[in-house]
Design a protein around this ligand. Structure first.
Ligand SMILES: [Zn+2]
Length: 331
């Protein structure tokens, strides 16, 4: 083939993302519980793609300063997850975190995100069990809010950019820190983002879910999850069915100034193929964690309808109820 330019990262196989597709077979709103719609200026393309793929409501992690402009036009489709400032290292990051939690809470947010991926822990100088974060956990508990944690990262990153364990610690240490706070706060409704950060090892996830009944997982991070679940397709399908009450749909879609309809559509396309169909074939998304000539094959799990109902709707609604959010608008 004589190509003059490489296909875009979000469409290696030249799909038409405007081709009609039926909505997921779900009663009530389809809820994507892990996203980063970062700004109102990204919303028109984002919601155009979401409407096309039948995804109605998004839990978004974005900066507090950006919420108001989004809320005016899109508040009826958004749930906010409280996050700290990303853009500076505040003089007292914990105080700033607490002020932001207060601001998010006043806007209706009932979930606080703790981002403790290896890189973030190194940059912020804390881990989940650090005494510095204790006031934040205590505030979450006092307000009756829920928690989402990002612990871990892909195995490929542990073998690559985190290979310096003196600097980043080990995966075992990162999960030990998570378990310390899980034991301190056993009653907080808790979401382990990105399949608990360890989709490579379903038995590890089983141990976490069996030991901590307050924990759910979100299945977000399209490339990472698609790669890992496809690689163990039958075991992953069994796992999703076994823990069908504990897994909440999420894409980890991230908006951006250079991202448009087709980029957002690519993530929704892969998500829906992965959960709803028995598709076996190329993913339209380039996976930078694999060599160009060894891209992973996408293998759909073809989950049963009643499992999809829980994944796309019921489990998110139950979680929101458990942290005191009124959910009638999601019916
Ligand atoms: Zn995320």
């Amino acid at each position: 083939m004589n190509e003059t330019s490489a296909p875009p990262e979000y469409n290696r196989i030249n799909l038409d993302y405007r081709k009609p597709i039926p909505r997921p077979k779900v009663r009530g709103k389809v809820i994507d519980f892990h996203t980063h719609l970062l700004s109102a200026r990204h919303a028109p393309d984002w919601f155009a793609a979401a409407d096309h793929f039948g995804i109605d409501v998004f839990a978004s992690m974005l900066q507090l300063e950006e919420v108001l402009s989004l809320h005016r036009d899109y508040g009826h489709r958004l749930i906010y997850i409280a996050v700290p400032s990303w853009y500076q290292t505040p003089a007292d990051p914990v105080d700033d975190y607490l002020r932001r939690i207060d601001g998010f809470y006043n806007l209706g947010s009932r979930i606080v995100k703790f981002h403790c991926a290896p890189e973030t822990m190194f940059r912020r100088g804390w881990s989940l069990d650090s005494p510095r974060l204790k006031p934040v956990f205590d505030e979450v508990v006092a307000r009756g809010m829920g928690i989402m944690t990002h612990v871990g990262d892909p195995d490929t990153w542990y073998q690559g950019k985190y290979a310096d364990t003196a600097k980043y610690g080990t995966r075992e240490q990162h999960y030990a820190a998570w378990e310390i706070v899980l034991q301190q706060y056993p009653d907080v409704p808790w979401i382990g983002a990105h399949m608990g950060g360890h989709p490579e090892d379903l038995d590890h996830l089983r141990r976490i879910l069996d030991r901590y009944p307050n924990v759910s997982l979100d299945c977000s991070a399209t490339k990472w999850i698609a790669r890992c679940l496809s690689a163990q397709r039958d075991a992953a399908r069994e796992f999703m069915i076994e823990y069908q009450d504990r897994i909440i749909f999420g894409s980890d879609q991230v908006s951006g100034d250079t991202r448009g309809y087709d980029f957002y559509a690519s993530r929704f396309w892969v998500q829906r193929k992965m959960w709803e169909t028995a598709y076996i074939g190329e993913s339209p998304i380039f996976d930078a964690d694999c060599p160009p000539d060894a891209q992973p094959t996408l293998r759909g799990l073809a989950l049963p309808d009643d499992v999809l109902q829980k994944l796309y709707h019921d489990n998110a609604v139950r979680y929101l109820k458990s942290v005191g959010v009124a959910t009638g608008w999601l019916d």
